[in-house]
Design a protein around this ligand. Structure first.
Ligand code: GLN
Length: 536
């Protein structure tokens, strides 16, 4: 069986196409179908690796080292679908491929055009994922808003595929907004216009997912159906979820969206097993305890830059029947005259230092980490966070005041975090990072080993700098515990504080692998430690 679901959006951006696509994926999985998820981004960047996360949101890294859009993180949290390089397409990639082919003379002198050459290349990429014999349904989210110039080739490719595969095998789900005007009235006109725009490029939506701040009542849904040629059962109210975004699959399920889609695609329905998902949502709704965790970084006001970290913290809460209240702490608050870490951290029960690049804010992070270590507050350092824990140890415990990462202080006398020697000459940004999944070996009797319950683990990397081996012996002699290494022992993967309830730094990014129904072991253990600190 090969079925395609195209998800598009209209009216405006940020309506939750990603969550819609993910929720459909999770509902189909709950009925035992094998699902794949794809994201099409209509920008010219070849990947998200060079994009500023503070502008564009987190860069989500896959096992095979692709740097992708944060929506792929949503897919990974909502579904079990494997996410790899092939699941993310950008305009830049497609044009690069077609132009390279043209330079090699592979079009035999023909004129190379958007239609058919770009659209064919897009279709080939979708087929490469969807035609796998084990795959039942592939959900393709087309980024951007219908009507944007940038998405036209992708919509055209979708139109052709719906035509070629037959309407039973390829369906269209369109996400729109019902705004409220002054006086409180809800308006369907933008939705009507957005559907017209989609119809103009030759796509008739089968399903309309309408975003609204309250449940869209039947009368309004009937009106939308009448104006858009969409069946009434296909008009789905996507009202704001009361507690968590993870409720959205259930909101859709209650309105039988999954049943409607299966019928449309002529697939025999199977029993939906939503028990684990419902239990997870229940835990979100009825937490037994609460804990406040400070995430210390720069640009903390930009919500999406650490999307997977926020989600993984909430999952860690769920694993402990607790709600996690995340407090965004600007590392600048620890810097300058009179800054008092005790005050800044007065109402949190643990801190997490997430990944990041560049010097700005790092001295504040060091101050926060020092306070947490000395006051036995749980501390979780991820990637840059682990490097900060390493620097703090060298400065405070070894007394090397100028200890630093060569990223921040190129002429430090004690570069305890630095590039590997062979990387020193490479200046070509974008190609020099350690990217994607690799194996780490965890030492026995350590926090990390206890959390994972296994000796070897696979986690994803995205960094250039490493714990410097030149200082490994000194750091260990001073008591820092090196608890995880690459299998050849060459690189430090995890460090831990001695005589501390939970101070763990990891060079990789565990947050990418956490799911609400399968919280990541390190986040589970960290939140547990924070709850312990709260109850001390
Ligand atoms: N800037 C650091 C490095 O490149 C950390 C990167 C990160 O936190 N992802 O090594």
């Amino acid at each position: 069986m090969k079925k395609l679901v195209f998800v598009t959006g209209g009216v405006c951006s940020s309506l939750g196409k990603g969550v819609t696509a993910s929720s459909i994926g999770s509902l189909l999985e709950a009925r035992g179908f094998n699902v794949r998820m794809m994201k099409i981004d209509p920008y010219l960047n070849v990947d998200a690796g060079t994009m500023n996360p503070y502008q564009h949101g987190e860069v989500y890294v896959t096992d095979d080292g692709a740097e992708t859009d944060l929506d792929l993180g949503n897919y990974a949290r909502f579904t079990n679908a494997p996410i790899a390089r092939a699941n993310s397409i950008t305009t830049g990639q497609v044009y690069q491929e077609v132009i390279e082919k043209e330079r090699q003379g592979r079009f035999l002198g023909r004129t190379v055009q958007v239609i058919p050459h770009i659209t064919d290349a897009i279709k080939a990429r979708v087929h490469a994922v969807a035609d796998n014999p084990d795959v039942d349904v592939t959900i393709v989210e087309i980024g951007g808003t219908v009507g944007d110039m940038e998405s036209i080739p992708f919509l055209e490719a979708a139109r052709q595929m719906i035509h070629e595969e037959g309407h039973q095998n390829a369906v269209s789900v369109h996400v729109t907004l019902i705004p409220r005007v002054s006086g409180g009235e809800l308006k369907t006109k933008p939705t009507q216009h957005s559907v017209k725009e989609l119809q103009e490029v030759g796509i008739q939506p089968d399903v309309l997912v309408v975003r609204c701040d309250e449940p869209v009542e039947e009368g309004l849904r009937r009106k939308i159906a009448a104006f858009t040629n969409v069946d009434f059962e296909g008009v789905i109210s996507a009202h704001d979820a009361p507690t968590t975004v993870y409720e959205i699959p259930l909101v859709f399920h209650d309105q039988k969206l999954d049943v409607f889609l299966l019928k449309r695609m002529n697939i025999e329905s199977r029993h939906a097993d939503l028990r684990a998902w419902k239990e997870m949502v229940r835990k979100f709704r009825e937490p037994k305890r609460r804990v406040r965790i400070g995430v210390v970084g720069k640009y903390m006001e930009l919500v999406d830059a650490y999307k997977s970290v926020w989600e993984a913290l909430h999952h860690g809460g769920i694993a402990n029947d607790a709600a996690v209240d995340i407090v965004r702490v600007d590392s600048g608050d620890f810097e300058g005259e009179g800054a008092d870490p005790a005050k800044v951290l007065a109402d949190v029960q643990g801190i997490l230092i997430p990944g990041g690049f560049g010097h700005r804010g790092t001295s504040g992070m060091v101050a926060a980490v020092r306070w947490a270590r000395e006051h036995k507050m749980p501390c979780f350092g991820i990637c840059l966070g682990m490097q900060i824990m390493t620097i703090e140890w060298a400065r405070t415990v070894l007394g090397w005041e100028d200890a630093d990462s060569s990223e921040f202080q190129p002429d430090s006398k004690h570069p305890v975090v630095s590039l590997l020697e062979e990387q020193l000459e490479v200046k070509n940004y974008g190609g020099t990072m350690r990217l994607g999944a690799s194996t780490s070996v965890l030492k026995e009797g350590t926090r990390v080993r206890e959390a994972y319950g296994s000796e070897t683990i696979q986690e994803r990397h995205r960094h250039r700098y490493e714990f410097s081996n030149a200082y490994r012996a000194d750091m260990e002699a001073a008591g820092l515990r090196i608890t995880g290494l690459t299998p050849d022992g060459a690189l430090v993967e995890c460090v831990e504080w001695p005589d501390h309830p939970w101070g763990v730094g990891v060079q990789f990014h565990p947050e990418f692998k956490s799911r609400p129904v399968a919280p990541h072991p390190l986040f589970r253990a960290f939140v547990k430690a924070c709850l312990g600190y709260a109850g001390r």
